[in-house]
Design a protein around this ligand. Structure first.
Ligand code: MN
Length: 717
């Protein structure tokens, strides 16, 4: 194929391919591209349109479909001309537009030099970005054509492109199993990266009496012998190992040119597997095989699906060469890899194409299961083709690999804990995003930082998804905010104790917590609070232990005290007017908890002022005749809240306490104490003291509580 093709050449290629292409649509794409690139020149002086046309021809060679050819023709149109992607979508459909968009995005990513790990990430990222593997095939052909015509580039650009091709694109071509493109990309890169080494090897090859001629003669000889042995219709070909393949063995494995046994290879393509093994026998009869150089990739395919029989024999001139024997089907897979799928599978309608593609991935996964590196490959393909990883960039172009679902905060901490700790916001592709933005493959992320001592927010712990970020945030709180952590942890624990109705008697509280801390292998209760504060100790785990110990503790206690939650004493109220007594000390009786609105009466106690009861309180009736009773009534303005105790009878079930306390919390009614006990008939009685404003307020509360599931009755005590 010439370096620069005209559209006439391309049409010839299409006709010779013997495949059904939509010529009209391809014409239309060419006309659009030709008009759009009109007046643009390549550095070599050729009209620009020769580049997309040549790329399209390479794709025809790979057997790609009409959509791929159209996308190849249009691949530089959006990037380099005024034609918007929207127009391509309107004219050629969403699939073609997606292909063009994918190639445009890949093209924007350029690397002059990448480290090993970075290169691997980048390869994975590029594959992940091209959800449609056709995008990658177009990109590979684009790169191949650029490398073929790279002599027009200035020296530095040649080296940059060559390095990137060697580190990124050739390995992708290899992984996709397209050996032809892989080898050419490598050889052309080597020619720019080490011109002297490249020259040395090509001269060694030509020195050997014309490498192609030498190995061609052998191929002809073998072909004749196969016919004599009744193996008919063999397609013979010969090849010389790629320059880079030899280079690697010479410079990386330190072998001399003569020690490389597979520089020359004869390839035999046959109709079926049985003939392959027969041919192997014939070869070993003709030439002396070199021991341990026989490999049966038919019974054990290579991870990239490659199948063949390989043997190395010593030629009559004393020069070793490799013989590769395979069937046509194996040959197609070896040459075109992923692309063989399009080349040899005609008539896939565009609606099932997606399903078909997925099926292909699945098939590939299946077929790899038996091969030696199966697990590795499985992992690789999964991470490359399934979206459980994302790859994003720093503004400098470093690739950061994160699990899918990671946020910009995870990104910041992946760069460095100092970056995360100072983060105040983030920009994605130059736009400010919310702090919980989930990053997508290909995004360029810039972390906005504040002052050094800024520190993360505790809320971030709920946003981040990577354990790395979580650990780094916790580490910061642990170190920087000891006092705050202690207070925070203590408050959180107290709240949790109340929520779980764990009421440790005040006298035992400190000792209990010190003991709990020791059980958590912490030095003190304070350390335990601190750990709760920065998140190093999980509240739910600690609560489990606390409840266990608490259960042991209460077994030794008076059962009536167990659920009493210590509360601040309600102040005596001025809201009551006692007949004949001014400014006396007033308190409300615990037996009936009178509320504003209730009929009340006072009882003069010894030394404790007047105790107020409801008129219908049992204690009032019991001491009816006492001279100490005084008339009392509510003042007109009552501002304080009052205690009231309710008896709730319900079917006993697990979350009953929680439901009641949640309902009260929702109404903003403080719970002053709560006692519960099980009755023998499967019921539970809750005695609950709440703080309410007046009797209307209380009846509202009762109405709401009655709506709780399994509540049977509620009465005031
Ligand atoms: Mn291009």
């Amino acid at each position: 194929m010439a370096d620069y093709l005209t559209y006439e050449d391309l049409k010839k290629y299409i006709a010779e391919s013997n495949r059904a292409y939509d010529a009209q649509l391809i014409d239309k794409a060419y006309n659009l591209a030709n008009a759009a690139h009109d007046g643009q020149m390549r550095r070599s002086g050729e009209p620009y349109i020769t580049h997309p046309v040549s790329v399209a021809a390479l794709l025809i060679d790979l057997g790609m479909d009409t959509e791929s050819i159209i996308a190849a023709l249009l691949h530089d149109v959006v990037e380099d001309t005024h034609v918007p992607l929207e127009e391509i979508k309107q004219e050629f459909g969403a699939d073609v537009a997606a292909l063009v968009d994918g190639v445009t995005k890949l093209t924007k990513i350029t690397f002059s030099s990448v480290e090993e790990q970075q290169a691997e990430n980048l390869r994975k990222m590029l594959l992940a970005m091209s959800h449609d593997v056709r995008v990658m095939l177009i990109k590979l052909c684009d790169r191949l054509h650029n490398m073929r015509t790279g002599d027009a580039w200035p020296e530095q650009k040649r080296r940059d492109k060559a390095l990137e091709t060697m580190e990124v694109y050739a390995p992708i071509a290899h992984r996709l199993g397209i050996s032809g493109i892989k080898e050419e990309l490598e050889d052309r890169s080597l020619r720019y990266l080490d011109p002297i080494g490249y020259e040395e090897i090509t001269s060694l090859l030509s020195h050997n009496g014309g490498a192609q001629k030498f190995v061609g003669n052998i191929a002809a000889l073998i072909g004749e012998r196969l016919e004599e042995n009744n193996i008919h219709g063999a397609q013979m070909s010969s090849r010389v190992k790629s320059v880079y393949g030899i280079y690697r063995k010479m410079y990386m494995q330190n072998k001399s040119f003569e020690e490389i046994y597979d520089i020359y290879a004869v390839r035999i393509i046959l109709d079926n597997v049985a003939e392959c093994y027969n041919a192997l026998g014939v070869i070993h009869d003709m030439y002396h095989p070199i021991p341990s150089r026989f490999k049966d990739y038919i019974s054990t395919p290579k991870p990239n699906m490659y199948q063949s029989l390989h043997t190395t024999v010593l030629g009559h001139e004393g020069i070793p060469f490799e013989v590769q024997i395979r069937t046509w089907e194996m040959h197609q897979t070896a040459e075109y890899g992923v692309a063989a799928h399009w080349k040899y599978k005609a008539g896939i309608s565009s609606s099932d194409r997606l399903e078909e593609r997925l099926a292909w991935v699945r098939q590939l996964l299946e077929s790899q299961r038996e091969s030696e590196d199966a697990e590795d490959l499985l992992r690789n393909i999964k991470s490359e083709l399934l979206p459980d990883e994302v790859f994003v960039f720093t503004p400098k172009g470093d690739v950061i690999n994160l699990p899918a679902g990671a946020t910009v905060i995870d990104f910041a901490y992946a760069i460095h804990s100092a970056v995360g700790n100072r983060m105040t916001g983030a920009k994605v592709n130059s736009r400010i995003v919310p702090i919980d933005h989930k990053v997508q493959t290909g995004e360029i992320i810039e972390v906005i930082t504040g002052p050094v001592n800024k520190g993360p927010s505790r809320d971030w712990l709920k946003i981040v998804t990577t354990s790395e970020a979580k650990n780094k945030i916790r580490a910061w709180f642990k170190k920087e905010r000891k006092e705050e952590n202690i207070a925070e942890g203590r408050a959180a624990l107290e709240k949790e104790l109340r929520r779980n109705l764990v009421s440790i008697p005040e006298k035992q509280y400190e000792a209990f917590m010190e003991d709990m801390a020791k059980r958590q292998r912490l030095n003190s209760a304070e350390e335990m609070y601190a750990a709760l504060g920065y998140g190093g100790l999980q509240m739910s785990k600690l609560m489990l232990k606390i409840k266990e110990e608490y259960a042991k503790l209460i077994r030794t206690q008076d059962p009536t005290e167990t659920f009493e939650i210590p509360i601040k004493k309600q102040k005596s109220s001025d809201g009551v007017i006692i007949e004949g007594l001014d400014n006396c000390l007033v308190k409300f009786s615990k037996c009936c908890n009178p509320l504003p609105g209730d009929e009340i009466i006072g009882f003069i106690t010894r030394g404790f002022g007047v105790s107020i009861h409801k008129c219908d309180c049992v204690n009032v009736r019991a001491a009816e005749n006492s001279p100490r009773w005084v008339k009392a009534r509510w003042a007109d303005t009552v501002q304080e809240n009052f205690k009231s105790t309710l008896e709730i009878v319900a079917l006993d079930r697990q979350a009953l306490f929680a439901d009641v306390s949640t309902a009260l919390a929702t109404m903003r009614v403080p719970i002053l104490s709560l006692m519960g006990r099980q009755t023998t008939d499967g019921r539970a009685t809750l005695s609950i003291t709440v703080s309410v404003a007046n009797i209307d307020h209380l009846s509202n509360v009762i109405t709401k509580l009655k709506k709780i599931k399994d509540v049977i009755s509620i009465s005031r005590s």
